[in-house]
Design a protein around this ligand. Structure first.
Ligand SMILES: [Zn+2]
Length: 293
């Protein structure tokens, strides 16, 4: 069993552990918080087969240096230089395998240095992407509309998604366990059988939270169900939680939780209130934030 398999096993065992018995108090509210590995991605490009030949020579292919956490993905030995009228970045990593579109993923700090106004997009979404010249040892390509600042996201398998009570396209908050703790909002959840459980951030974000190897995040819902609300909306909802909230009984059961989840995104829970595990699951799945008073 290698480290990755062991990590996955420990994560799955932690996720199975009960978060508190039937009689646990509201202040023990602990949704499915098994930690998720937090990985930082350095600036890099993805290339097409044609682009690889233009940059590294006819018949050239990428040479694997080491594999990455997502199955099949690898860091290659090859490097390119990115050039704009305002500046250049040498030694930029090339990730393999070849893709259908050229894409450069840079931090916002990199973009500033290059004078680029790149959108914050999920990898693969080149809407509004900026232009850059990519230079290799055998040639260069004028890569139009290919620079993005990668939007942070969490990769997980369908089994992970079921355990965490989220689905593909959901958005969550992710709190780091790092020396400078940061909670990222509106983190996109991407679900595929081909993925390995990990959250990906860029190096601006990594430095912001003082990321180190082995860091992890715990996630909770963003307080919305369809992934369309903005972080501002989420903050506004959290700021006015008590408006119109009914008086709560001392015990919140699953059926009551279902009723409450239909009308409230945030609930103020008086200290000492008992919430059954099934009720906690209802709140978590519905994205309801519980605030213990
Ligand atoms: Zn990723």
């Amino acid at each position: 069993m290698d480290e990755k398999q062991l990590r996955a096993l420990v994560t799955s065992i932690l996720a199975e552990l009960p978060s508190g018995g039937e009689g646990s108090g509201a202040d023990n509210f602990a949704p499915k918080t098994a930690p998720i590995p937090l990985e930082a991605s350095a600036r890099h490009v993805h290339l097409t087969t044609e682009a690889i030949e233009s940059l590294f020579g006819k018949g050239a292919a990428l040479t694997m240096k080491r594999s990455l956490s997502q199955p099949g993905e690898f860091l290659s030995e090859e490097r390119v230089k990115l050039v704009t009228p305002k500046g250049e970045l040498p030694g930029v990593a090339v990730l393999g395998p070849a893709r259908k579109a050229v894409q450069a993923e840079l931090s916002l700090t990199d973009c500033r240095a290059l004078g680029l106004n790149a959108p914050i997009n999920l990898s693969g979404d080149l809407t509004g992407a900026a232009d850059v010249l990519i230079v290799g040892p055998a040639g260069h390509i004028d890569a139009k509309g290919c620079v993005i600042a990668a939007r942070n996201h969490i990769h997980m398998t369908p089994a992970d998604a079921a355990r965490y009570g989220v689905s593909n396209g959901a958005y969550v908050q992710a709190a780091t366990d790092t020396a400078r703790p940061v909670t990222f909002g509106n983190v996109a959840v991407r679900v595929s059988a081909d993925f390995a459980l990990a959250m990906h951030i860029d190096f601006d974000e990594a430095n912001a939270c003082a990321w180190t190897q082995g860091a992890s995040v715990t996630i909770r819902p963003c307080g919305k169900r369809d992934g369309t609300a903005s972080p501002e909306t989420t903050a506004a909802v959290a700021a006015v939680p008590a408006a119109g909230q009914p008086d709560l009984p001392k015990l919140i059961t699953e059926s009551l939780a279902k009723t409450l989840a239909q009308s409230s995104q945030t609930l103020l829970i008086p200290k000492g209130t008992l919430i059954t595990p099934a009720a906690k699951d209802v709140f978590f799945s519905a994205g309801v934030t519980l605030k213990v008073q």
